[in-house]
Design a protein around this ligand. Sequence first.
Ligand SMILES: [Zn+2]
Ligand SMILES: [Zn+2]
Length: 229
Amino acid sequence: MRCTLCNTSTIQYGTLCPTCTLTTRNHIADLPRMWEELEDWLTPGSRGASPYSGRPSKVEAPMPLDEDVLSLRAAGGIIGVLEDWHSAVRHARTLPELPAAAAASPARRVHAAAHGLASHIHFIALWEQGPVLGSEIRRLVDRVQNILEPGRNDDAPRFLGHCIAVDESGVVCGAKLYADMSRPVQCDWCLCPYPPSQWLQLRHFQPGRTPTHGDASSPAGRTEERIAA
Ligand SMILES: [Zn+2]
Ligand SMILES: [Zn+2]
């Protein structure tokens, strides 16, 4: 059987190969530090290189505030992904529910959820949801690294927009879509495919959006320009 996360390694049992298991664990363990590093990109006037990366301070760095920083730091961003997966793993293992974390500080919540999730890595490697978890965590880390180290990897996923697929009951999917140059774009949630030929249409139908021309400043606009180039 193939590891569905890297699509290269053959595995005897479980759902994640040893390399993907280790990478996923390291990514989870790195997320609290990344979450803290994003703080610099939100706080006006913060100075000084990060003790971790030695990158230039915000004033020297290009394009300091990316829309994605806000969404990564919002409740549904890094915190939400880690907490949701942590409780999904605990549920799958029929462990008691954790007390609601909403009262704790966001930094504590990120630490607690990352620590908790990482402690289940051996289960995750065997779990049928392991590859989904692994790819979500990988994308989260890619998004953070794109902000912390702009230009690091031009092939990293870019936010494309929200999925516009509609189900039989008329509900719009709305899941976030990312353009990743290494594979075709497909909604993780409803599996609707988005070939590049449909990206303009996708942008046109974004929720709450009045279509205008020359909207190159939106993330989707940037992606299309980059691809056309
Ligand atoms: Zn793998
Ligand atoms: Zn979808």
